[in-house]
Design a protein around this ligand. Structure first.
Ligand SMILES: Nc1ncnc2c1ncn2[C@@H]1O[C@H](COP(=O)(O)OP(=O)(O)O)[C@@H](O)[C@H]1O
Ligand SMILES: [Mg+2]
Length: 331
C-alpha cells in the first residue's frame, strides 16, 4: 500500500491577473521507503503540489479545489481541520525548504528551536529534549554540536543551517520528508553531504522522501522513482532508470537533451525554445505542444491528455503524450 497517494489534485492561487491553477490534475504515489523525485522547470507547480500536502502556503491566497491527498494512517489530508493537520505536520510529514532561514526563527537559539519541536509532540522534560537535540545534531554531522545548540541561526553557515533544519525534520521520525530544493542554495560539496544524509535516513529507518529539484543529476543519483511536471501537470512518471534511459514524453526528452553532459560529438546543445504557458489561461490539449518539435494539430485540441502506458514500456512507466510514434532519445 502506498504511503502517500495524490489523485487529481488541483491547487489554485488568487493573483492580480486572475486565478492561477498552479496544480491541475496531478496524481502520483509514494511508496514506503522510497525516494521520489519531482522535476520540471521553475514555475511548473512542484512546490505548490508539495505545499498542498500540509497546506503550507504561507500568507498566500491558495486553495485546494479538487482531488485527494491520502496519507496512510491519517486519511484524506485536505479534509482535515487545522488542528488535525497540525498533528500531522512534523510528526508524520516534515518539510525541508530551499532556504533554511525561512524555516528557522532568527531570534531563538538553535537548541531551543529543536527542543520546542520535540516538546510540542512528546511529553518529555526539557533536559531530555536537549539530549535528543544534541543527538540529532550529531546524526546530521554537525561539528561541535554542544556549541551549536547555543547559536542563533545567523551565526551558522548555510550548510550548517540546512543541517539544523534537517535535524528538526528528523526529530519526530516522520514517515515522510518533503524536501523542496533542499540543496539549491548550497555549494556542491555540501549538497552531496546533505543528499547522503537524506539517503542514509531512508536506508536506516525506511523514511519516504519526496525530493523536488530542477537537477536531473540529483534525481539520477538518489531517487528511485520520479515525476516530470510541466505547466501544472505530471507528463511522465516511472522508475528513474526507465524515465532517464527511455524518456517517452517529448518534454522529458527535451529536458535530457538540454543537459550539458549529454552533448556528444554529433549533438549540439539544444535548450528548449520558448517558455511555459500561462497557468491563468493555459492552451487546450497538451501544454507542451506549442514548444514540441513533434507536435501535430491533434495535440492542441481538447483536454490535456492523461497519463497512459505505451507498448513496450515497463510497469509503472507512464506518460501523457498522444504521439506514440515519437522516437526515443538516442543514447
Ligand atoms: N503565492 C502565489 N500567488 C500567485 N501565484 C503563485 C503563488 N505561488 C506560486 N504561484 C504560481 O504558481 C505556479 C507554480 O509555482 P510553484 O509551485 O512555486 O513552481 P515551482 O516550484 O515548480 O517552481 C507558478 O506559475 C507561480 O507563479
Ligand atoms: Mg519551487
Amino acid at each position: 500500500m502506498s504511503l502517500l497517494s495524490i489523485r487529481d489534485l488541483v491547487t489554485e492561487f488568487e493573483s492580480p491577473s486572475g486565478t492561477v491553477r498552479a496544480v491541475d490534475g496531478v496524481s502520483f504515489d509514494v511508496q514506503p521507503g522510497e525516494i521520489f523525485g519531482i522535476v520540471g522547470e521553475s514555475g511548473c507547480g512542484k512546490s505548490a503540489t508539495c505545499r498542498s500536502i500540509l497546506r503550507l502556503f504561507g500568507g498566500s491566497q491558495a486553495r485546494i479545489s479538487g482531488g485527494q491527498i491520502v496519507l496512510e494512517g491519517a486519511g484524506d489530508l485536505p479534509g482535515l481541520n487545522e488542528r488535525q493537520l497540525a498533528q500531522v505536520r512534523g510528526r508524520d510529514v516534515a518539510f525541508i525548504f530551499q532556504d533554511p532561514l525561512t524555516a528557522l526563527n532568527p531570534t531563538m537559539k538553535v537548541g531551543k528551536q529543536i527542543t520546542e519541536v520535540i516538546r510540542r509532540h512528546q511529553k518529555i522534560t526539557r533536559a531530555e529534549a536537549r539530549m535528543t537535540a544534541l543527538q540529532l545534531l550529531k546524526d546530521v554531522q554537525v561539528t561541535s554540536p554542544e556549541r551549536r545548540l547555543e547559536a542563533y541561526p545567523h551565526e551558522l553557515s548555510g550548510g550548517l543551517r540546512q543541517r539544523v533544519v534537517i535535524a528538526m525534520a528528523l526529530a519526530l521520525r516522520p514517515q515522510l520528508i518533503v524536501a523542496d530544493e533542499p540543496t539549491t542554495a548550497l555549494d556542491v560539496t555540501v549538497q552531496d553531504q546533505i543528499l547522503r544524509l537524506l539517503r542514509e535516513r531512508r536506508d536506516k529507518l525506511g523514511t519516504s522522501i519526496i525530493l523536488i529539484t530542477h537537477d536531473l543529476g540529483v534525481v539520477s543519483q538518489i531517487c528511485d522513482r520520479m515525476a516530470v511536471m510541466y505547466a501544472g501537470r505530471v507528463v511522465e512518471t516511472g522508475a528513474v532508470r526507465e524515465v532517464l534511459d527511455r524518456p517517452a514524453h517529448p518534454y522529458t526528452q527535451a529536458l535530457l537533451a538540454a543537459l550539458p553532459g549529454r552533448v556528444g560529438r554529433d549533438h549540439a546543445l539544444t535548450p528548449i525554445e520558448g517558455g511555459p504557458p500561462s497557468l491563468v489561461s493555459p492552451p487546450p490539449g497538451c501544454r507542451f505542444a506549442p514548444r514540441c518539435k513533434h507536435a501535430q494539430a491533434e495535440c492542441s485540441i481538447g483536454a490535456p491528455p492523461p497519463l497512459h502506458s505505451r507498448e513496450g514500456s515497463s510497469e509503472g512507466h507512464v506518460d501523457a503524450c498522444i504521439l506514440t510514434e515519437v522516437a526515443h532519445v538516442p543514447a
